[in-house]
Design a protein around this ligand. Structure first.
Ligand code: NAD
Length: 515
């Protein structure tokens, strides 16, 4: 299976990929990183790391290629992106399966993620004919004013392990129609998905005669990551990952007065009012909290439920959790795969222990799974967990993002209290309300800003599962970036205001006379 997949995606004979790795015997050399299968704990393949010199070469190539690529008419760049989307359609299942193998999300979610890249490619094709500027009236006679949007330069794209294909797609497909070249620095936990994804895009670009439009640099944060964020040749760094990483990357890029697009952690809540459709709320909450084993930035981490329905709902939720099939994420019918690595399992255990010490009760789960069969015994599996918060509604550990399937249950009496609770964390990514009352829904979306303080707000839908088209991103410690839809394209271009005089008389603004 693994070999056939690597062959189909052109990774078996790839100069960067070492497929001859055997279990624990394969030594990790200085310049090789092992891509591990989190479901078995065994290596899939080795990948050679880029050095500082490789980084310099790749960045110089991206800067050089930009000078020509920006001259290609935008709709023609759209044609490139259209062909790339089609190339991904041809390997949708294989690329989705590679993701599953490398980061452990179930196959349906792996395929869904590649579909997101295809969707943003389609969106970007249309966008390539709509990079619109405005015209505005000049206060001076015989003058015209307009804004135009120009290509920006090479874009540095830093991605997290949990969306190893689509986060790049959201950035790269829009950046390409805007006339930018892309250099991708993936997570070292998902290098194979990066190589396979990028090779397809660049192959299509080369077929159209465009070299070095899509490149990647795979290396350590201290050598490659630091070089990229400090490098003025990247006018824009788009970074997705933890708040800790974003604070550092944001400050570093700001110091050189570069632009940053930050997509960071979330601590997302679902509010359920007493008049909600509880069936719908139950199904959505299970998907939102257990999907991708709780390793989505938009995972539902807190449930804020009206006190009158909390006990019943928790009983149903516990029953639903206990039917979730955990296992090999490539197998049909499995709903939850492993966590990415041993550190994540330890972070999960630490959160459960802290919650208990802080007075909470574990309703289900709360421990790693030690009896997985066969090869899966080496995987990083944990039980999806529901934790009931004490009646004081205070639980410090629930204010943090633990990247694991843990759902904390809070209760409320009034909607105002529920919205305050939902807004009380540092992050501001995704939020949801289930309610049958249109007034409650509208209060959650209050146009004065007094409702949800998140970048994403859903009514009668869970916190995860965003679609292409709307701008995606969050406020507060989530970083403020917006990607993948609406006017997100503007981040990848620079704006120029142009004023053109077409008369023979000098006219100064503000009526100034200078004669
Ligand atoms: P992480 O912060 O550990 O790493 C993310 C990326 O940043 C990796 O590529 C890493 O190598 C890079 N990085 C770290 N230090 C760097 C440095 N000094 N210079 C340059 N690059 C550096 O995050 P992770 O564990 O891979 O992913 C999980 C986190 O990502 C969670 O917090 C999750 O919420 C967040 N996330 C957010 C979104 C979003 O759209 N808001 C999407 C996916 C994941």
């Amino acid at each position: 299976m693994t070999h056939a997949l690597l062959t189909k995606l052109g990774l078996d004979n790839h100069p960067r990929v070492i497929t001859d790795v055997r279990g624990d015997e394969t030594p990790e050399k200085d310049n090789v990183i092992l891509s591990m299968n989190p479901a078995t704990g065994k290596p899939i393949a080795g990948v050679t790391l880029d050095s500082k010199e490789d980084y310099e070469r790749i960045t110089a190539q991206a800067a050089e290629a930009f000078k020509e690529f920006r001259k290609i008419p935008a709709p023609k760049r759209g044609e490139l992106v259209r062909r790339i989307g089609n190339a991904y359609r041809d390997v949708l299942e294989e690329l989705g399966s590679l993701e599953t193998l490398e980061m452990g999300k179930i196959k349906a979610e792996g395929i869904g993620e590649v579909q997101e890249t295809i969707d943003i490619a389609d969106f970007a094709v249309g966008q390539s004919r709509q990079l619109w500027g405005k015209t505005m009236p000049s206060e001076r006679p015989e003058h015209a004013m307009k804004e135009q949007w120009l290509p920006l330069g090479p874009v540095g794209i830093i991605t997290a392990f949990n969306f190893p294909n689509a986060v790049w797609g959201w950035n790269a497909m829009l950046a390409a129609v805007c006339g930018d070249t892309c250099v991708w620095k993936p997570s070292l936990m998902a290098p194979l998905t990066c190589i396979a994804t990028n090779e397809i895009a660049q192959r299509v670009a080369s077929e159209m005669g465009y070299e070095n439009i899509f490149q990647y640099v795979i290396g350590t944060d201290d050598i490659v990551g630091e070089s990229m964020i400090n490098d003025k040749r990247y006018p824009l760094i788009s970074a997705t990952g933890s708040c800790r990483m974003g604070r550092h990357v944001g400050a570093t890029v700001a110091k050189r007065l570069g632009k940053c697009l930050l997509e960071l952690g979330g601590n997302n809540a679902v509010i359920i009012t007493e008049d909600a459709n509880l069936d719908l709320a139950l199904k959505s909450t299970v998907f939102g909290s257990v999907g991708t084993a709780g390793q989505r930035c938009t995972t539902s981490r807190r449930l804020i439920i009206h006190e009158s329905i909390a006990d019943d709902f928790c009983d149903k939720l516990v029953k639903a959790y206990e039917t979730v099939k955990i296992g090999d994420p490539l197998e049909d019918g499995v709903l939850m795969g492993p966590l990415i690595n041993e550190q994540s399992v330890q972070a999960y255990e630490h959160a459960v222990k802290s919650a208990k010490e802080q007075g909470a009760t574990v309703l289900t789960g709360g421990e790693r799974i030690t009896d997985m069969p066969g090869e899966l015994a080496g995987g990083h599996f944990v039980k999806p967990t529901i934790i009931r918060v004490p009646s004081s509604n205070e639980l410090p550990i629930a204010m943090e993002e633990t990247f694991a399937p843990i759902l904390y249950v809070f209760t409320f009496k009034t909607l105002e209290e529920a919205i305050d609770m939902q807004n009380s964390v540092d992050q501001g990514l995704s939020s949801a309300i289930f309610t049958g009352a249109s007034n409650s829904a509208q209060r959650f979306l209050d146009p004065s800003g007094a409702g949800s303080d998140c970048g994403l707000a859903y009514v009668n839908l869970g916190t995860s599962g965003a679609e292409i088209g709307g701008a995606f991103g969050g406020e507060k410690d989530t970083g403020g970036g917006r990607e993948s839809g609406s006017d997100a394209w503007k981040a990848y271009m620079r704006r120029q205001t142009c004023t053109i005089g077409f008369g023979d008389t000098l006219a100064l603004a503000q009526g100034i006379k200078f004669e």
